[in-house]
Design a protein around this ligand. Structure first.
Ligand code: GRE
Ligand code: ZN
Length: 323
């Protein structure tokens, strides 16, 4: 398929590139670093070669979310968003953008989001999980009441947001002690990100803002596979959960799921059975993953050509209002 749209595709700037180094062995870091900082060389070549016509780009992880001081977080977010806007202006048919936001200060975050959408033409925002706020050891999740006004302003813009992984603070997550190979994209990203997503889904956020749409990568970070059990258990007793509906209702009405970094047909088919092919979108997770691996799998996997068009392109076109 030649004209795919991909939407979990990352870049870095000087101030954030170091955050990605822990995820690369020394032999591959030189290449990963170059690919994160590059827009116009390898990135466009790889898109061309493997049939991605349009990429929505976002900053690497955790970047802004790991800068405890709100003023500095705001400076780095604005810098990254300006760098991205410049590249989008150079290649408007190839690149779109998700805003990086200083969630350390909900008012600054809302202001930067409005600037990015209204002035820079971005498609929404991408957050790398929780933010460290004030000091490196204080973590804040976005179901916190301090974000009420932020979410109202975000929902009013009518753009989706991407809940992207970061690792938990290892000082807080003893379960990874002595098993560091399970951190990062092996498992910790999915465990951390699915938990944050479930906090938002169960908080009543989507009752207050029924049009708001959350995007999850990596085939939903495990939630589709477990949603029947989640609701089965909660129907026996809601235990104070403040939302009005089943988690599965929000999953099918307020969540989009991407294929980023998880190129597996049984997983795709299971997700299609759970949420339908209208809520799944192709993504790569470049440069952490290869366009080649994503496209070789997706272009030939055994689904109908109708579903391939929807997942590869048309669902994203509809969600982002693209031509
Ligand atoms: C990502 O942001 O998607 C990512 C990382 C680090 C390793 C793998 C990965 O930030 O997919
Ligand atoms: Zn990613």
């Amino acid at each position: 398929m030649k004209d795919k749209i991909a939407l979990e595709e990352h870049f870095a700037i000087d101030q954030t590139i170091g955050d990605s180094q822990v995820y690369a062995r020394a032999e591959v870091w030189t290449t990963l670093r170059a690919n994160l900082l590059d827009f116009e060389q390898q990135r466009l070549e790889q898109m061309e070669e493997w049939g991605t016509a349009y990429s929505i780009l976002s900053l690497n992880s955790p970047a802004v979310q790991a800068i405890p001081e709100a003023g500095r977080a705001n400076d780095v977010a604005r810098r990254a968003n300006d760098v991205l806007a410049e590249q989008i202006n150079r290649h408007p048919k190839r690149f779109g953008g998700f805003a990086a936001l200083p969630m350390q200060d909900p008012e600054l975050a809302a202001r930067e989001l409005e600037r990015c959408v209204n002035e820079l033409g971005f498609h929404g925002f991408l957050v790398n999980g929780f933010s460290q706020v004030g000091d490196a050891d204080t973590v804040v999740y976005y179901d916190d009441p301090r974000f009420e006004e932020f979410w109202a302003r975000a929902a009013a813009l009518n753009k989706p947001f991407y809940m992207h992984p970061r690792d938990p603070l290892l000082t807080h997550a003893k379960v990874f002690d002595g098993a560091h190979w399970l951190t990062g994209p092996t498992w910790a990203f999915a465990a951390e990100t699915s938990m944050h997503a479930l906090r938002l889904l169960s908080s009543g956020l989507f009752d207050r803002h029924p049009e708001l749409q959350m995007i999850l990568g990596h085939f939903g970070e495990g939630i589709p596979f477990n949603v029947w059990r989640i609701d089965h258990i909660l129907r026996k007793g809601r235990r104070g959960m403040p939302c009005e509906r089943d988690i599965g209702d929000y999953l099918r009405e307020n969540v989009y799921i991407t294929t980023s970094g998880n190129f597996r047909t049984p997983t795709l088919l299971s997700t299609m059975l759970e949420v339908g092919s209208d809520r799944i979108m192709y993504s790569v997770d470049y440069p952490f993953e290869k366009h080649e691996d994503a496209a070789r799998w997706f272009d030939r996997c055994e689904i109908s050509e109708n579903d391939r068009r929807k997942i590869g392109r048309d669902n994203a076109r509809r969600l982002f209002g693209l031509a």
